[in-house]
Structures are given as structure tokens and as C-alpha cells.
Design a protein around this ligand. Structure first.
Ligand code: SF4
Ligand code: ZN
Length: 318
């Protein structure tokens, strides 16, 4: 059995790449140090903030809500609110909504739920069905990702957020990096940094990723220790996504060659710096170059991606 590198007690966490084993107490200290270092290094927050935590009810976002809610108790200028976008995915979202509601009520955290149905008139299930009937070439995650980001920005602004914090961890970020390389989508790579915005568009809410340098196995363990990882339900559309394959591939590589994930993160940072020097994909350009001609929200094109999809689906009145 592995022993804690600090105190010699039985280890609950082993990191082969870093040659590190930690007991529960020292793991939590290590986790806290790591997240604080990210917050400081990238100046993610200001002294006065209304932080809206984008919660899905999954382990990463619940871990982030727990972490920031506790951190904010020591920062007088911070207020933390949870916001969940309910896409309307039957057999999945009901459970994660319940997890957020139970946790928020138990800890006295203000929370909001923004439904696809209320913002775009249809649930994701209805949209996916309609897209199939029309023969549109998109995977469910494409509708979901575009519309969720759109609704998240609108709803967060409506409740007065100064910043949106998302639970993306190092694994999510390097997966997206590889997916963007596979799609030759370099402009999107710049947005993968720990902070995006503020864009020049007044309706765009700045976004930050406090778990940018934390591995998925670390956020999972943090969630398990705090009793936040109570269910294993998975989105029924997940296995259809490219991410599913990329995730498995990176995990296999990490198994064979520990440290690959960190190397990918460093490569991402190099790529972002190189792209910025060439003026490619600045946040301003991506999110706030236009006001969408149809809905007025920040857009990278004269009509925002959410409205483009809604037009293709025939679910938007113009
Ligand atoms: Fe949405 Fe895809 Fe995630 Fe399901 S797996 S919640 S469809 S992005
Ligand atoms: Zn629009």
C-alpha cells in the first residue's frame, strides 16, 4: 500500500508523474494550494465579485461550487451564486438538478435554473429529434454546447454576475485542445486559457476556470471526500461525442506515459501565446465583435451561432 509522502499514513491519492502519494488530509491541502495558485497566477478574480458558478450537478461543478462557497467565506467582497442550465435531457438532467437543489438548500446558497425550454422554446431532446428529422449534420453535443453557452451568458448577466466560474479541469481542457486541432479550429484554442474576456461587448460576462491545472482524478477525489459524488448517471448523448473517443485516447496515453496531460497543457499555453502574437482568435474578436442582428447577444459573426442553429432548426421567429 502506498504511503503519504508527507506523513507516512496510508495514501488515498497517487500521482506517478509527480512521484507523489498523499493521505486525505495532505491531499486536501495539496488541492487547495493548487487551486489558489491558479487563481493567483492568472488573476482570475477581483476583490469585489459576484461569482456565478456554472453548475451541471456533476462532480466537477459541484466540487467547484463547494470550493468557492467555502473560499468566499474568507473574502468579504465575494458573493457566490449557482446557475444550472437545464437542457431538458430525460433520464439524466432530473437527477443532477436535484443534486444541486439539495446541496444549495442545505448550505444556504442562492441558486438559479435556466431552462432551454424557457430561453429557446424547446428542450434538447426535442431539438435533437427535430435536427434528425430535418437531416441536419450536427451531433447532440453541438446543439447543447452552443445553446448552453448562450443561455449561460444571458442568464448570468440577468442575475448580475460579474464573472462566471466553470468547473472545467485539466483533462477537459486538453481534450478540447486536441478536438480543436483535429477540427483545425485554431481561433477557438485561444479561448481555452484559464480566463476569457472581458470582451469589449457589454453583454459578455467574463469566464474563468479555477480548476484549469487540476486533474480530473483530483476533482473526483475532492468530490468523493466531500460527499459530492453521489451518482454515476451519464448523459445519454455522451457516447456519441468526439470527446468520448479523445478522452479515452488521452487516458490510455497517460497510463502508458505518465505526465502526458501536463505536457499537453503546456503545449496549449505555447499555442495560445503563438496565436495571440499573430492576432488570431482574441476573446474580443471571438465573442464580442458583433451584436447578433436577431437577438442582440455578443457574437463572432453578424448572426450568433445560437440563432444560426435556431434558424436551421426552424424554431426561431424572425
Ligand atoms: Fe450536452 Fe453532450 Fe454534455 Fe450531454 S454530453 S450534456 S449533450 S454536451
Ligand atoms: Zn443571436
Amino acid at each position: 500500500m502506498a504511503r503519504c509522502s508527507v506523513c507516512g499514513k496510508p495514501a488515498v491519492y497517487v500521482n506517478r508523474a509527480a512521484g507523489l502519494a498523499l493521505c486525505q488530509r495532505h491531499f486536501l491541502e495539496y488541492f487547495d494550494r493548487k487551486v489558489r495558485r491558479t487563481i493567483r497566477k492568472y488573476k482570475l478574480f477581483r476583490p469585489r465579485e459576484h461569482i456565478v458558478v456554472a453548475v451541471s450537478g456533476g462532480k466537477d461543478s459541484m466540487a467547484l461550487l463547494h470550493y468557492l462557497h467555502n473560499l468566499a467565506k474568507r473574502v468579504p467582497g465575494w458573493r457566490v451564486t449557482a446557475l444550472l442550465v437545464d437542457e431538458g435531457i430525460r433520464g439524466y438532467r432530473e437527477y443532477t438538478v436535484k443534486r444541486l437543489v439539495d446541496y444549495a438548500e442545505e448550505h444556504g446558497i442562492e441558486y438559479h435554473i435556466a431552462r432551454f425550454k424557457d430561453y429557446v422554446g424547446y428542450t434538447l431532446d426535442e431539438i435533437v429529434r427535430r435536427g434528425r428529422e430535418l437531416g441536419l449534420p450536427y451531433l447532440p453535443c453541438t446543439y447543447c454546447g452552443v445553446l448552453r453557452r448562450y443561455i449561460m451568458n444571458r442568464a448570468a448577466r440577468e442575475i448580475g454576475a460579474t464573472v462566471i466560474a466553470t468547473g472545467h479541469n485539466l483533462d477537459d481542457i486538453v481534450q478540447t485542445f486536441l478536438m480543436n486541432i483535429l477540427g483545425n479550429d485554431w481561433a477557438k484554442i485561444v479561448r481555452l486559457g484559464p480566463i476569457s474576456g472581458p470582451a469589449s461587448h457589454p453583454r459578455f460576462v467574463r469566464k474563468v476556470k479555477p480548476f484549469y491545472e487540476v486533474l480530473e482524478k483530483e476533482t473526483t477525489l475532492y468530490a468523493v471526500i466531500h460527499g459530492l459524488y453521489t451518482g454515476f448517471e451519464e448523459c445519454p448523448y455522451a457516447q456519441m461525442s468526439i470527446r468520448w473517443t479523445v478522452r479515452r485516447m488521452i487516458n490510455e496515453l497517460e497510463e502508458r506515459s505518465p505526465g502526458v496531460k501536463y505536457s499537453l497543457l503546456r503545449s496549449l499555453e505555447t499555442a495560445i501565446n503563438m496565436l495571440r502574437r499573430q492576432g488570431i482568435g482574441e476573446p474580443d474578436e471571438e465573442e464580442g465583435l458583433y451584436s447578433c442582428a436577431l437577438c442582440g447577444e455578443p457574437a463572432a459573426h453578424p448572426i450568433c451561432r445560437a440563432c444560426q442553429l435556431r434558424l436551421q432548426l426552424g424554431i426561431m421567429e424572425v
